[in-house]
Design a protein around this ligand. Structure first.
Ligand SMILES: C[S@@+](CC[C@H](N)C(=O)[O-])C[C@H]1O[C@@H](n2cnc3c(N)ncnc32)[C@H](O)[C@@H]1O
Length: 484
C-alpha cells in the first residue's frame, strides 16, 4: 500500500519537477539503472562501442558523486556510547558468515547507525547477511506455537512471527539472544505517543494515522488475547502477552522488519540482525536490498552511491510521508521529503461536475511544499496541474486554454482565492505549540511539534504561492480594466 502511495504521489506531481529531477533518490536510481545496462552491454563485448560505453559509465559515476556532495547530510557520532552489545551481535553474525564494511556507532538524533570503515564505491557491497540468521515465519513453523496458530482463521504469517518474537525475546537459550539483547526497552514510535502529544496533534493527518493504526492493533490484540493465554497458558504465558508487550512487538516489526524475497520465490517479512542498524535517508546509499542472492544464499546490501570512511551509510525504508515515518518508525527525516503531501478531498457532487477533467479519477488531490516546483508563473503558481485543471473544469464548461484572456484570469483568481481560504483555515488549526518548552518536553511532544512545524512550512508556502498568483492575475486583469 505504501509503495502505491509513493507511485501515486510521483505520478501526480510528475509534471512539475522543480529540482530538474524528481528527488535525489529517484535520480540516483535512474543513474544506477543506466549503469547496470552499460555493465551488461560491456560484458557482451560490443567492441565498437566499448570506449563510448566506458566514457558514459565514468560520466554517470561522476554525476552520482556530485549528487552525493550536493545532498550531503552531516551526522554527528557520539563517541561516548560504547556499543558493547552491538559489537557482540556483530561478532556473532560474523561467526555465522556475515560480512560487513560498516561498524555500529551512536548517531546523534537517530540512535544506532552503521558507519563506513573504509571508502566504498558505487556497486560495492557494504554488508552481507546469510539467510540462515534472518528471523522470519520459518521459525514459527518449527515452534510449538504453530500447531495452535495455524488453526486460527485469518492468521497472517506476520502476526505469527510477531507473537513468536514476544516470547522468544525472553528465552535465555534463544539462538537470537544476542539480537534481542540489542533491542531497546521502548521504541518511541507514534504508536507510543502519550496523551499530551496526541492532543497537540488534534486535527492533523498524523493524529488520524496514529489513531487508526492503534485502533487496528487493539482490535487485533483483543481478538487473540486473553483467549489464547487462557486456552494455552504454557504456550502463551499471560505475563508475556500483555497489551503493552504486544505494542512493543508491533513497534519492533514495523520499525525494523524488511520484506525479503527468498531463493524459493517466497516474500517474507523478516528481522535482519545487524542490517537492522541501518538508518533511513532521503538520499540513501542503499536502495535495492530485498532479494536473497541464490548463489550465496545471503542478502547483499549493495551501494547505489559511494560512501566515504566515517560517513553514515543509510538505506531507504521506502517512499514514505512524514506522518507514516512518525507513526511506524518514530522520526522525521532530515531534508525536504517529496512524499510529504496534504490530501485535499472533494465532495462527490463537486467531483461529478468534473467529468471533463483530464484526471477525473483523482477524487483526492494533493498539495505539497511549493518550493519543490519550479513553475511559479501565471497558470501554474507552483501548484499541481491536476488540481488546477480539475478546479478549472468545475468552474467552466469550456476547455481551459492557457491563454491570457479575461475569462481565464477570472477563473484562476477565484480558484486561488478559494485555495487561499482553505489553507488559511488549515494554518489556524496548525497553531504552533508556543506554550510547549521544546527543550524540556518529552520525546513525543517534541516530535508532534516537529510535525506541526513541517506542516506549517508546507501550508505557508502554498499560501505564499496563492497570494503571489492572485497578484499576477490581478495585474493581468487590471490591463483589461484599463482597456475598458
Ligand atoms: C531499523 S532501525 C535503525 C537502527 C536504530 N537507529 C537503532 O538504534 O536501533 C529504525 C529506527 O531507527 C531510527 N531512525 C532510522 N532512520 C532515522 C533517521 N533518518 N533519523 C532519525 N531516526 C532514524 C528510528 O528510531 C527508526 O525507528
Amino acid at each position: 500500500m505504501q509503495w502505491a502511495f509513493g507511485m501515486q504521489v510521483e505520478l501526480y506531481f510528475g509534471q512539475i519537477g522543480g529540482l530538474g529531477f524528481y528527488s535525489p533518490r529517484n535520480e540516483m536510481e535512474a543513474q544506477n539503472f543506466i549503469l547496470s545496462l552499460i555493465k551488461s552491454a560491456l560484458s557482451h563485448h560490443v567492441r565498437m562501442q566499448t570506449h563510448a560505453l566506458q566514457d558514459l559509465r565514468d560520466a554517470l559515476i561522476n554525476r552520482i558523486h556530485e549528487l552525493g556532495t550536493e545532498f550531503k547530510v552531516e551526522n554527528k557520532i557520539d563517541i561516548n556510547y560504547k556499543c558493547d552489545k552491538e559489537k557482540c551481535l556483530l561478532q556473532w553474525a560474523e561467526n555465522n558468515g556475515a560480512k560487513t564494511r560498516l561498524q555500529i556507532a551512536y548517531v546523534e538524533g537517530a540512535g544506532r547507525g552503521a558507519i563506513a570503515m573504509e571508502d566504498m564505491e558505487v556497486g560495492d557491497i557494504a554488508m552481507e547477511i546469510p539467510a540462515s540468521i534472518t528471523i522470519s515465519e520459518d521459525l514459527v513453523y518449527k515452534s510449538d506455537m504453530y500447531q495452535v496458530l495455524e488453526k486460527i482463521d485469518g492468521m497472517s504469517s506476520e502476526t505469527m512471527s510477531l507473537l513468536w518474537s514476544m516470547k522468544e525475546r525472553h528465552n535465555c537459550n534463544s539462538q537470537f539472544k544476542m539480537y534481542f539483547d540489542t533491542l531497546p526497552e521502548n521504541f518511541n514510535t507514534g504508536l507510543s505517543f502519550g496523551v499530551e502529544a496526541i492532543m497537540a496533534l488534534d486535527g492533523t493527518l498524523l493524529f488520524e494515522e496514529i489513531m487508526q493504526a492503534k485502533e487496528h492493533l487493539r482490535v487485533q490484540y483483543d481478538e487473540l488475547f486473553p483467549a489464547l493465554s487462557k486456552d494455552h497458558p504454557d504456550i502463551f504465558p499471560p505475563e508475556l502477552y500483555t497489551w503493552e508487550q504486544f505494542l512493543w512487538a508491533c513497534e519492533l516489526w514495523y520499525s525494523n522488519s524488511m520484506k525479503i524475497m527468498f531463493a524459493d520465490g517466497n516474500l517474507k517479512t523478516c528481522l535482519i540482525p545487524v542490517a537492522g542498524f541501518l538508518n533511513h535517508s532521503l538520499h540513501p546509499h542503499i536502495v535495492h536490498y530485498g532479494k536473497i542472492d541464490s548463489t550465496t544464499n545471503s542478502l547483499k546490501f549493495r551501494l547505489s552511491r559511494p560512501c566515504s570512511v566515517g560517513e553514515q551509510c543509510c538505506l531507504s525504508y521506502g517512499n514514505f510521508s512524514g506522518s507514516h515515518l512518525i507513526t511506524f518508525y518514530g522520526f522525521l527525516p532530515q531534508g525536504d521529503n517529496p512524499y510529504d503531501v496534504i490530501p485535499l478531498d472533494f465532495e462527490v457532487d463537486q467531483v461529478d461536475t468534473m467529468v471533463e477533467c483530464p484526471l477525473s479519477n483523482w477524487t483526492t488531490h494533493m498539495v505539497r511544499g511549493t518550493w519543490l516546483s519550479e513553475n511559479q508563473n501565471i497558470f501554474y503558481y507552483g501548484l499541481p496541474s491536476p488540481l488546477l485543471d480539475c478546479l478549472r473544469s468545475a468552474r467552466s464548461q469550456m476547455p481551459f486554454t492557457k491563454t491570457l484572456i479575461k475569462a481565464n484570469m477570472e477563473v484562476d483568481k477565484e480558484i486561488l482565492e478559494d485555495l487561499q481560504s482553505t489553507f488559511n483555515a488549515m494554518m489556524e488549526n496548525l497553531s504552533d505549540m508556543d506554550s510547549v518548552d521544546r527543550e524540556s518536553s518529552s520525546w513525543d511532544v517534541k516530535l508532534a511539534s516537529q510535525f506541526k512545524e513541517m506542516q506549517r512550512r508546507i501550508v505557508s508556502s502554498i499560501l505564499t504561492s496563492c497570494s503571489t498568483g492572485i497578484k499576477l492575475v490581478e495585474h493581468e486583469l487590471s490591463k483589461y480594466k484599463a482597456e475598458e
